[in-house]
Design a protein around this ligand. Sequence first.
Ligand code: E4P
Length: 219
Amino acid sequence: MKFFIDTADLAEIRDLAATGLVDGVTTNPSLVLKSGGRFVDLVAEICKAVPGPVSAEVAATDFATMLKEGQRLAAIASNVVVKVPLTADGLKTCKALADQGTPVNVTLCFSAAQALLAAKAGAAYISPFVGRLDDIGTEGMDLIADIVQIYANYPSIQTEVLVASVRNPMHVVQAAKLGADVCTLPPSVLRQLFNHPLTDKGLQQFVADWAKTGQSILD
Ligand code: E4P
């Protein structure tokens, strides 16, 4: 499973990209607001920091303007993926951009029926939001299971399932068990994945015992 990071914070992106574990980046208008800066410049910098796919979302909601914005964003760098909302106009934009060879991430997906439409519109990625479904008392991961199963029924579907609105490491593990293609993680969740108290405890013991040997591997 590929790991994208879900942030527009350039310092975080550079820091986590240095781990070699980041395959791409997703942003959205709320994340851009939080990070500040001019959006198109920010996208250009993120694209330099991470060679993988970088999702940049259109701001308009009508087809004509979304298409123009999408073309503008796609021209920033070859690894830009244009993000559009799962609306009728959004899917029309998706189809038009996909036909021009631009990869599109369809966002704000909350049902399997919507995911089917996005695949038909030629989306490179579908972004179902698991955390926001959990927040309203439904099981977000059930949606991932449904979409993975449906897409697997049709080998012609090339759309990748990008699990979004991830809130904790269990979401990541569950998404991987279901065979989702990508998980986009807030930086805090990616950092949490490294941690286990038994790792810390075990390492502490090994370091202490090694010191007692009085040896150096590098001597
Ligand atoms: C990713 O593409 C989404 O914009 C993001 O994961 C949304 O997450 P949130 O529900 O925590 O805002």
